[in-house]
Write a protein that binds this ligand. Structure first.
Ligand SMILES: [Cu+2]
Length: 111
């Protein structure tokens, strides 16, 4: 991870860090592409199994038609931020044959 740090000279002898941000990585650029995201409804969450059931629209990157199914949830996603019944957008990847993992999830943007 690359950090960008903004430093300013204060009134006295001290320098002050006035801003820190994470430099845009390739993944950040990928998730900025609206075509990567698929609309879905989060039906329910199984916290113990780290799976969730979604009604999802077609997932072009893995060649899957629209349906309702369970997905594993990537370890980077905090399950406490998810709300059953909410309209969301997801990015799904297939790390191995037959394994479907939600790698990113966000609330559906207001149109
Ligand atoms: Cu599916």
């Amino acid at each position: 991870m690359t950090l960008e740090v903004e430093v300013s000279k204060g009134d006295g002898p001290m320098y002050e860090i006035t801003d820190i941000k994470i430099a845009a990585s390739e993944m950040d650029q990928a998730i900025a592409d609206p075509a990567k995201w698929t609309n879905a409804i989060l039906n329910n969450i199984d916290v113990e199994k780290r799976t969730a059931n979604f009604k999802h629209q077609a997932l072009k990157n893995i060649g899957m038609m629209a349906m309702t199914m369970d997905f594993t949830i990537a370890p980077s996603i905090d399950l406490s931020t998810l709300t059953a019944g909410s309209e969301v957008q997801i990015i799904v990847e297939m790390p191995s044959e037959g394994v479907f993992e939600v790698t990113h999830i966000r609330p559906k943007p207001v149109e």
